[in-house]
Write a protein that binds this ligand. Structure first.
Ligand SMILES: NC(=O)c1ccc[n+]([C@@H]2O[C@H](COP(=O)([O-])OP(=O)(O)OC[C@H]3O[C@@H](n4cnc5c(N)ncnc54)[C@H](O)[C@@H]3O)[C@@H](O)[C@H]2O)c1
Length: 448
């Protein structure tokens, strides 16, 4: 049979059903988080459609092209339903989610009105926060404790209380908090033992986002990191994730300009068109833009955004085409635009006989409108991963991230189309279906 090599029945999983409510915990209840929650509440009432969400709208092809089946992904794999989601979270500001959503100005007031009661009930728990890590912000709703380990214990208690109050057996956490200043792994991040010692001694190398992640993993809560913060992207956290059998994913939601980059770049590489340089600049005026106006937070974002071209336009494999790429990224804080970001890309490419050409992209996007469905999909897929017995880094969720986490010996995959194939084939494998490679040769050469 032609499909023997692409069938992995031994990797199929017994996945327990998505029974009962699912708690969604959001550290950072700003523009992205409230746009996501408001959208889900509107959808529960049949007042909005989940555009942009793979889990809600996409179909997956199964079987041979001669007898294809195209079920919706949400019917193919056992996902929690939108009506099962219960929301909670933390923020340094006390505004409820309705007030925050109004201030963020992503969804217009008339759209938010029908879900005002649901959003007003969501009040942020007090946050673990240190200004050294997000220099542009300060707020009143912040926990105090003797050590970072005590802060982690308070978060663990918050999670347990939230579960008890809402009758939950399952929770997922997605970091939607601000981008912290750039940092690199140090000794304290090497092992679980060194991390726990660091929490006890309040090591300066442990940012708030890592304390939330630690609390998540200690409570068996799958964790996704929507910002470029280190968070779970260190060996100590991966050790904890494996020890407690918890799936993790990250980092930095792939939306806007970077999404466009990983759509365009694979096309250039596929056609062997060369690249001299890629200049990306954008303006945004939301609180995220204000935070990124600090050089430390900008550096985290810059490193995350810069990594995307490396594996797609590989200068080691193709030195003549991609060795000397000049890749420059700017983000300018410009308050009048709010969340309605505008990005410009100038791409200098070259073709046959080295002749230069240019591509210009002007994307007038809405950051949180692109991020909200990503949060939803991550919540549902991480809950699925946990029920399927998967733990540690979920590379198949790279599709959603600017800077995908991968095992240290593997190069992260940035090409959106390979990431999509990886995601869909993972679902096929989990469900015992044949993997599709799309070669099509079996319809011509092997069936005869
Ligand atoms: N919108 C997008 O398209 C997009 C894409 C990729 C990544 N991101 C990242 O997602 C995150 C959220 O973006 P946003 O537009 O909602 O920003 P935002 O500023 O509107 O919301 C972030 C919220 O996090 C809170 N916060 C900061 N530190 C916290 C802490 N330690 N604990 C609890 N709350 C804390 C802030 O008070 C704020 O309300 C940012 O890190 C951003 O860089 C967003």
């Amino acid at each position: 049979m032609s499909d023997q090599s692409s069938h992995y029945p031994e990797l199929a999983r017994k996945i327990s059903g998505a029974r009962g409510p699912l708690g969604v915990l959001l550290p950072g209840m700003g523009a992205v988080a409230t746009t996501f929650v408001a959208g889900v509440q509107l959808m529960k009432k049949g007042l909005a459609k989940p555009y942009g969400s793979i889990t809600q709208m996409q179909r997956i092809r199964l079987g041979k092209r001669t007898e294809p089946r195209f079920p919706l992904i949400k019917q193919f794999v056992p996902l929690a339903g939108l009506k099962d989601l219960v929301f909670g979270g933390w923020d340094i500001f006390r505004d409820n989610s309705y007030e925050t959503a109004l201030k963020a100005g992503v969804l217009p007031p008339e759209t938010l009105k029908p879900v005002k009661p649901e959003l007003s009930r969501i009040k942020p728990m007090s946050a673990v926060f240190q200004k050294e890590f997000v220099k542009k912000l300060s707020g009143p709703n912040v926990k105090g404790a003797k050590s970072k380990m005590h802060l982690a214990e308070q978060l663990i208690q918050d999670i347990e209380n939230f579960k008890k109050k809402n009758g939950l057996k399952r929770t997922v956490m997605v970091w939607c908090g601000s981008t912290e200043v750039y940092s690199q792994p140090t000794k304290v991040h090497e092992t679980l033992a060194s991390l726990e010692a660091g929490l006890k001694s309040s090591s300066k190398d442990i940012p708030p986002s890592m304390i939330y992640a630690y609390a998540a993993l200690q409570t068996g809560t799958p964790y996704a990191n929507g910002a470029p913060n280190l968070s779970v992207d260190v060996p100590a956290m991966q050790e904890l994730a494996r020890k407690n059998s918890v799936p993790i994913a990250g980092k930095d939601f792939k939306t806007g300009q970077t999404l466009m980059k990983t759509i365009l770049a694979p096309g250039l590489a596929a056609r062997m068109l060369g690249l001299h340089g890629w200049f990306s600049t954008n303006i945004l005026g939301n609180r995220d833009g204000e935070v990124l106006d600090d050089p430390g937070s900008f550096k985290s974002k810059e490193v995350s955004k810069a990594s995307v071209l490396d594996s797609i336009l590989d200068g080691k494999l193709y030195p003549e085409l991609y060795k000397n790429i000049y890749h420059k990224i700017r983000i300018e804080y410009y308050p009048p635009r709010g969340d309605a970001k505008e990005g410009w890309d100038n791409i200098d490419i070259f073709g046959w006989c080295g002749l230069p050409m240019q591509i210009k992209v002007n994307f007038l996007c809405r950051d949180s409108i692109l991020a909200a469905p990503v949060v939803l999909d991550l919540v549902l897929f991480l809950d699925l991963a946990k029920r399927a017995g998967l733990s540690g880094i979920q590379e198949w969720l790279s599709f959603y991230f600017k800077s995908p986490m991968a095992r240290p010996d593997l190069k992260p995959e940035h090409d959106l189309f390979i990431q999509h194939l990886k995601l869909q084939n993972t679902l096929r494998i989990l469900m015992g279906e044949e993997v599709l490679d799309h070669s099509g040769l079996d319809y011509y050469e092997l069936d005869a």
